[in-house]
Ligand binder design. Structure first.
Ligand code: 5GP
Ligand code: ZN
Length: 113
């Protein structure tokens, strides 16, 4: 997608990646809500969680592994962290490229607002 901000970040046209491989990329959130706030995305443009296809299952599983690896690298694996997807406007989705928020480094309230 030419005009998708997260596709542009994945293509390294803007911003800075903290992780990338063939299918996934990760970068620090522009407006971090915690000491660690990383966004992990599929390089493939998928609009939202609800748009996943059966063929995306391995990709999404891989992104969970990437989240665990980044959490370990950021030294929040033992203290605890959260992986969140906002699906749709009422849930807070503001960028229409599927992204997983990896949040940690402080105590996190539950349930989220
Ligand atoms: P959402 O609200 O869709 O679940 O999350 C979108 C996230 O993307 C927000 O936390 C917001 O701060 C972040 N964000 C929006 N635009 C950019 C950008 O251009 N660069 C980066 N690094 N993060 C962005
Ligand atoms: Zn995109």
């Amino acid at each position: 997608m030419d005009d998708c901000i997260f596709c542009k970040i994945a293509r390294k046209e803007i911003g800075k990646l903290v992780y990338e491989d063939d299918t996934a990329a990760a970068f620090d959130d522009l407006n971090p809500r915690a000491p660690t706030h990383v966004l992990i995305i599929p390089k493939k443009h998928i609009e939202q969680l609800a748009a996943l296809l059966p063929e995306d299952a391995a990709l999404i599983g891989h992104i969970m592994e990437v989240a665990n690896a980044i959490a370990a690298q950021k030294s929040i694996a033992s203290s605890g962290y959260r992986v969140v997807v906002n699906n749709g406007r009422a849930a807070g989705q503001s960028v229409d490229h599927l992204h997983f928020h990896l949040i940690g480094g402080r105590a996190l309230g539950w349930p989220p607002g």
